[in-house]
Design a protein around this ligand. Structure first.
Ligand code: 5AD
Ligand code: SF4
Length: 469
């Protein structure tokens, strides 16, 4: 059956939790199901298939799935009362980690599918329609990306100006707090030519900015056309040559995998944005060792200094965990002093959450909840202050902005600065998908405003903030 066949198309609703990789996977699930006649719907109430693409990173994230499944039970009853049925699928990392347990706890679920198996969704949905409960959480030997097929032209256009592309999956690092190596499996990288084809396809459909994704994206070592394993820096050089691609980003990186080719790419490629999310987790060497991070505070600082030498307008964000087992007040102060030394412009901050099966969860020296909460509040205050100061520093300066969409006000467009700040400016719709130079006049709570229209950006080199301000 096809979307244009005799039967009306079935409707699909995918809800994504957690990281950007899940957002990308959700889009690719919709792509693959579109080949068997599923079209996206904006409301779960009208869907024939609902997929919850789940996150298992912290306990709170994992538990969210079950409250969502409670809502699915009601939704299904309402659909059945109207004489139709709805299939419910749980995908992503909770599916991988819990498998059959999900069916036991939530009988409303028809399909449980892991992050490596969702290319099989069309077959799984067909089996579920025959009344079979299906679980697919094996780590297959073949690459799901080879089986997904290209997104339809409409799906590609729906990506807009900025799109994600997963280039690497899995993690071999085994930080002692983290479930990812267990749910996403070993590090693996897509081939260079497959990635380049996908980015070319996106660029032809109007995408101007691509964010390369991976659990450990800078551990990328995909096979190049020459048969050699390419580093992320080398891949970036290849992608920067694709006509139409104005901006490149990548997330999330590990400090240990920040190699010389990638640092050099930051210096050489104007398209590679001067903003990097580089999780450090802690500023204390004792805690970094207990976390099995395999880098010290000094290693991290040396990496930051190298990147700043390559590109002086670099700004850094990070992830932090407070209250890791055994963390003392002194360890925590080392984290605060690292924040000061690097001068991060933003961060995701988390209280340590013990995850079943990880080494740190078994430690006897867990930090009590109120100490975790107090440290989190102190760290967040510090980060928020820096975030606001960085934002305010743009008043009166000029930035290259990639315009993405119409703003709320008539005649206004919204775009992004190189540092991902939303920027509002009076501008003609023809600038959507273009980079132009904006003089910042006002500062919002998390965005920048311009009173006058942007100027043309000119040469690609003009997208370098340091040369403009
Ligand atoms: N507890 C708290 N935070 C965690 N993270 C990963 N595992 C845990 C955990 N068990 C955080 C790390 C990581 C981010 C994606 O989530 O900071 O970088
Ligand atoms: Fe988890 Fe560490 Fe791997 Fe990141 S590097 S996914 S924190 S184990």
């Amino acid at each position: 059956m096809s979307a244009t066949g005799m039967t009306p198309p079935r409707k699909l609703y995918v809800k994504s939790f957690g990281c950007q990789m899940n957002v990308y996977d959700s889009q690719r699930m919709a792509d693959t199901l579109s080949h068997t006649g599923y079209v996206p719907t904006a409301s779960p109430a009208t869907a024939d298939l609902v997929i919850l693409n789940t996150c298992n990173i912290r306990e709170k994230a994992a538990e969210k799935v079950y409250s969502e499944l409670g809502r699915m039970r009601v939704l299904r009853q309402e659909a059945q009362a109207q004489g139709r049925d709805v299939l419910v699928a749980v995908a992503g990392c909770v599916a991988q980690a819990q498998g059959e347990e999900i069916l036991r706890r939530a009988p409303v679920v028809d399909i449980v599918v892991g992050p490596q198996n969702y290319h099989r969704l069309p077959a799984l949905a067909a089996a579920a329609l025959r009344g079979e409960a299906v679980i697919d959480t094996e780590f297959p030997a073949d690459d799901k990306f080879d089986h997904l097929g290209a997104p339809s032209p409409a799906a590609t256009r729906a990506r807009g100006v900025s799109a994600f592309v997963t280039v690497q999956e899995g993690c071999d690092k085994f930080c002692t707090f983290c479930v990812v190596p267990y749910t996403r499996g070993q590090e693996s990288s897509r081939r260079v030519d497959a990635i380049a084809r996908e980015v070319e396809h996106l660029a032809e459909a109007g995408v101007r900015e691509v964010t390369l994704l991976g659990q450990n994206v800078n551990a990328y070592h995909g096979a190049g056309p020459d048969g050699a394993a390419w580093s992320l820096g080398r891949l970036m050089r290849r992608l920067a040559e694709i006509p139409g691609i104005a901006r490149l980003r990548y997330s999330t990186s590990h400090p240990r995998d920040m190699d010389a080719t990638l640092v050099a790419a930051h210096g050489d490629l104007p398209a590679l944005m001067p903003q990097l999310h580089l999780p450090v987790q802690s500023g204390s060497d004792r805690i970094l060792a207990a976390m099995n991070r395999r880098h010290t505070r000094a290693d991290y600082l040396a990496t930051i200094a190298g990147l700043r030498r390559a590109r002086p307008d670099m700004a850094f964000t990070s992830d932090f965990i407070v209250g890791f087992p055994g963390e003392s007040e002194e360890d925590f102060r080392a984290t605060l002093s690292l924040v000061d030394e690097v001068d991060f412009v933003g961060a995701f901050t988390f209280k340590y959450s013990p995850r079943p099966g990880t080494p740190a969860a078994a430690r006897a020296d867990q930090v009590v909840e109120n100490v975790k909460a107090e440290r989190l509040a102190r760290l967040q205050r510090d980060i928020e202050r820096r975030q606001a100061r960085f934002l305010a520093s743009w008043r009166g300066r000029t930035l290259p902005v990639l315009f993405e969409r119409h703003g709320k006000l008539q005649g206004q467009l919204v775009g992004r600065s190189p540092y991902l700040h939303p920027v509002h400016a009076p501008a003609p719709p023809t600038l959507i998908g273009e980079v132009a130079l904006v003089s910042v006049t006002d500062i919002g709570s998390n965005s920048l405003f311009a009173a006058s229209p942007p100027r043309p950006a000119g040469t690609p080199r003009a997208s370098r903030v340091a040369e403009e301000s």
